[in-house]
Design a protein around this ligand. Structure first.
Ligand code: BES
Ligand code: ZN
Ligand code: MN
Length: 514
């Protein structure tokens, strides 16, 4: 845990301390399955079990296959069956994977379900049989990643501390040395990136100011090689002409920041990929204030920036052979005597002016300046915006898809395919030329909302696009619906999802091969 985290907690919460969480250290073994203790077994479609699970069944004198038949256990994803005191085992947990051994997502989900079973069961350690997955490289490490993601818990601030307990998972794989290397060098960093994003998103906004965020990032990247961090404070931002970023932040006593992490793992002169995220540390709506119900969730309004940070951390920790820039456009949107008003006109860094008709459409304002600065500073080969931008995207696509907008077919395809590969799905929405026309303002270049408000997600995208140079391949992901989970999924606990980290990692990984 970074030092500043402690400092912030002590300052804010006085004598209350963060509760340690259960941990599931993972290790890999090539050995035959044990004949004692607690064991988790994958069960495929129609109750099929693989070679290692069959060995366990033989050790248990066939009790497991009899239970599968008797219980009509189909092995569909999500089916689980726990047997107690069979043969020499204290417990055998059967976990349905269907055809999941053929996909990365199926393996991660298996890991997530194993982790939940291990956390909920009382056994001190678990043996886990990794499914035979001939088509997937790194199967064991992907199971470990799923376990890490599925067992994530944010420290419960201010609750009475529980004792710290480890529940080690021993993953039985064909080649333990290879799995261990894949884990530490490739997939554990991705888990660390998702964890960073979730920790940032979950942190309450009394703690999470723009300045706190930059301090937290500095400590999260401490000792990570080939990384340089730039923080632009509100005075510097004003000097650079960032009227959008400074304007949104000026209603708060805790002013705006622009934060960039530059990771150099590729050729010296290679243009970086850039991820520019919305980092509103709390969104009250400002003077156009939001209704009270559910406003608490607006601490997640920096989830886009958190994904950018997490993806760069993962890339840097695993030494990806690419250049990457992660940018967080940080501000707190508050109503105050110094806040911007509806009707105000602001000048952005590019010189383009914006008429503010609704101070609650603030994400697009900070991204305008962040995009311009990123393009001027880094000339990226690809610019991806990621933002909890509109309730409209959430209304259209729920928590199943992020809305995807773009100015470049090949870039859109790349993002779409990466998302599908990692289970972070996207769905394209259009920017009709009429929407571009609708945001023209009578008193400024563009206005930040359009009377009537429809189509909301596309209006937001059209506004942001005004700060994208035509030569920059650009994709914008509106993650308002997917960034916060209301229910548990195998690798996603309720709350902060960390959506985007795995998708960006996939894009980075594929561009390493280019
Ligand atoms: N952070 C919100 C987006 C949001 C709203 C996410 C509701 C989840 C639920 C964003 O800053 C916002 O307030 N957007 C407004 C835009 C409107 C004023 C044009 C919205 O979507 O209502
Ligand atoms: Zn917002
Ligand atoms: Mn808003």
């Amino acid at each position: 845990m970074p030092q500043t985290w402690h400092a912030a907690l002590v300052l804010t919460l006085g004598s209350l301390v963060a509760t340690p969480v259960l941990a599931l250290p993972v290790s890999f073994v090539t050995a035959a399955p044990p004949s004692t203790g607690a064991i988790a077994l994958p069960v495929g479609k129609n109750g099929q079990i693989g070679e290692a699970a069959s060995q366990v069944d033989r050790i248990a004198n066939g009790a497991i296959s009899r239970a599968i038949t008797t219980a009509a256990f189909k092995g569909n994803p999500g089916d689980t069956l726990t047997l107690y005191a069979v043969g020499p085992y204290s417990r055998v947990t059967l976990i349905g994977i269907g055809e999941g051994a053929n996909t990365r997502i199926g393996l991660e989900d298996f890991g997530g379900r194993v982790a939940r079973a291990a956390l909920e069961g009382q056994a001190a350690t678990w043996a886990v049989i990794v499914p035979d997955a001939p088509a997937i490289a790194d199967a064991g490490a992907l199971v470990a990643l799923g376990a890490r993601l599925g067992s994530y818990e944010f420290p419960q601030l201010g609750k009475t501390a529980r004792p710290h307990t480890d529940r080690p998972l021993r993953l039985h794989v064909a080649n333990a040395a290879a799995a261990s290397t894949a884990w530490t060098q490739r997939w554990q960093p991705v888990g660390d990136g998702v964890k960073l994003a979730r920790d940032l998103i979950s942190t309450p906004s009394n703690i999470k100011s723009p300045q706190w965020y930059t301090d937290y990032i500095r400590s999260a990247f401490e000792g990570v090689p080939n990384v340089s961090i730039t923080v632009i404070d509100e005075k510097e931002a004003a000097r650079l002409g960032m009227g959008g970023l400074v304007g949104v932040g000026q209603g708060s006593t805790r002013p705006a920041r622009l934060l960039a992490i530059h990771y150099r793992g590729g050729a010296k002169d290679a243009a970086p990929i850039s991820f520019v995220g919305k980092g509103i540390t709390f969104d009250t709506g400002g003077i156009s204030i939001k209704p009270g119900d559910g406003m608490w969730r607006m601490r997640y309004d920096m989830a886009g920036s958190a994904a950018s940070m997490g993806a760069v951390l993962a890339a840097a920790k695993r030494g990806a052979k690419v250049n990457v820039v992660g940018v967080a456009a940080l501000a707190e949107n508050m109503p105050d005597g110094n806040a911007i008003r509806p009707g105000d006109v602001l000048t952005s860094m590019s010189g383009k002016t914006m008429e503010i008709l609704n101070t609650d459409a603030e994400g697009r304002m900070v991204l305008a300046d962040a995009n311009w600065w990123t393009q001027e500073t880094f000339k990226p080969s690809l610019l991806i915006n990621i933002a909890t931008l509109t309730g409209s995207a959430r209304a259209a696509l729920g928590d199943d898809y992020a809305a995807l907008f773009h100015n470049h077919e090949a870039a859109a395809k790349r993002v779409e395919e990466a998302g599908a590969a990692v289970g972070e799905n996207t769905w394209r929405l259009p920017i009709h030329p009429s929407t571009r026309a609708d945001i023209k303002s009578d008193v400024a270049d563009v206005k930040n909302v359009v009377e009537g408000g429809a189509p909301g997600a596309s209006i937001g995208a059209a506004f942001i696009e005004e700060w994208v140079k035509p030569e920059t391949p650009w994709v914008h992901l509106d993650i308002a619906g997917v960034a916060w989970a209301n229910s548990r999924k195998p690798t996603i606990p309720p709350g902060a999802v960390g959506f985007g980290v795995k998708l960006f990692d996939e894009i980075i990984s594929q561009s390493e091969g280019r």
